[in-house]
Design a protein around this ligand. Structure first.
Ligand SMILES: NC(=O)c1ccc[n+]([C@@H]2O[C@H](COP(=O)([O-])OP(=O)(O)OC[C@H]3O[C@@H](n4cnc5c(N)ncnc54)[C@H](O)[C@@H]3O)[C@@H](O)[C@H]2O)c1
Length: 284
């Protein structure tokens, strides 16, 4: 489905990073936007950046996607004023970098609530209205490479994103008769504020090696604008899986075609991260 003048697009995570870039790109094609994020200031800034573009922000509301009551109320208000959506994009998310012995129940719950329950709340409250409207449409779920490949130090994050990928695949088949397409986007490194807001447990945040590792990932990160362009292209081509970076596509290929080599590489990465933890803790 192509975004054109008047296409109604709902986007979570629109205050920052990939969500903001995607909202701006959609506005460039004349979309009518329905935006949300927990960060009101950032959301207002996105709305301000959109004014002057061919598209318009019909509604923007700060809310927590992990709260079903808030998502339901926003959906009711949008549907009452504007009818059902054409495109729904789950982009909001948080990240956690930790090993199981350093995680609390709260840290597990928080990441599952935002990254998995959040999209469930959105889909549950927006997709049935799209089916009833019978105009077709598209769903975009932004997961992660960590959902395709269980990455060291990413148990909770990988669990949340693998859940989102599984749900997306099921919906891809379920929604076909309704002409509603599904795309799941799996970014590798993207240069957004998430790289700084990622919660890190069990390692010294100020440690030298952690700093070096962050710089390494930063150098391999692509821009959120580039991801937004890939999302719009996938909508046009009705593509299911989008892996945004070449290095991730390479890793995914190895996982399926050379499993022993893949495991060797992943154990090396795990070892690197583990020594980083020890070194940092020793230095404290
Ligand atoms: N940046 C990366 O390297 C990277 C890599 C893989 C996947 N991703 C995924 O891409 C998506 C977008 O992330 P980004 O990189 O643009 O980061 P970002 O931090 O710039 O954007 C995420 C947005 O989600 C919002 N958000 C967080 N919790 C929320 C909640 N409970 N309710 C509503 N909004 C909430 C934040 O306020 C923020 O504006 C996320 O789902 C993330 O997991 C990012």
């Amino acid at each position: 489905m192509e975004i054109g003048k008047g296409t109604k697009v709902f986007i979570t995570g629109a205050a920052s990073g990939i969500g903001r870039s995607t909202a701006l790109a959609a506005a460039g094609f004349g979309a009518r936007l329905f935006l949300t994020d927990i960060n009101k200031e950032g959301l207002d800034r996105t709305a301000a950046l959109i004014s002057g573009k061919p598209g318009e922000v019909c509604m923007a509301r700060a809310m927590d996607i992990s709260r079903e009551d808030q998502v339901r109320q926003f959906a009711l208000d949008i549907h009452a004023g504007y009818g059902s959506m054409d495109i729904v994009m789950n982009i909001a998310g948080i990240a956690l970098f930790a090993q199981i012995e350093d995680m609390t129940h709260d840290s597990w719950e928080k990441i599952i609530n935002v990254n998995l329950w959040g999209p469930i709340h959105v889909l549950q409250n927006f997709v049935p209205a799209m089916i009833r409207a019978d105009r077709g449409g598209h769903i975009v779920n932004v997961a992660s490479v960590a959902g395709l490949m269980g990455a060291p130090w990413h148990a909770a994050y990988s669990a949340s994103k693998a859940g989102l990928i599984g749900m997306s695949e099921a919906l891809y088949f379920d929604l076909r008769p309704h002409r509603i397409g599904v795309t799941v986007v799996c970014p590798g490194g993207v240069d957004t504020p998430l790289q700084e807001t990622v919660e890190i447990l069990g390692a010294d945040k100020g440690g030298k090696r952690l700093g070096e590792l962050k710089k390494f990932f930063g150098r391999h990160a692509i821009s959120p604008d580039a991801v937004a362009q890939q999302i719009l292209a996938a909508l046009k081509k009705k593509k299911f899986l989008v892996i945004t970076s070449a290095d991730v596509r390479f890793g995914y290929f190895f996982k399926h075609h050379a499993p022993p080599l893949y495991r060797v590489i992943m154990f090396r990465i795990a070892g690197l991260l583990n020594s980083l933890k020890k070194a940092d803790n020793d230095s404290v």
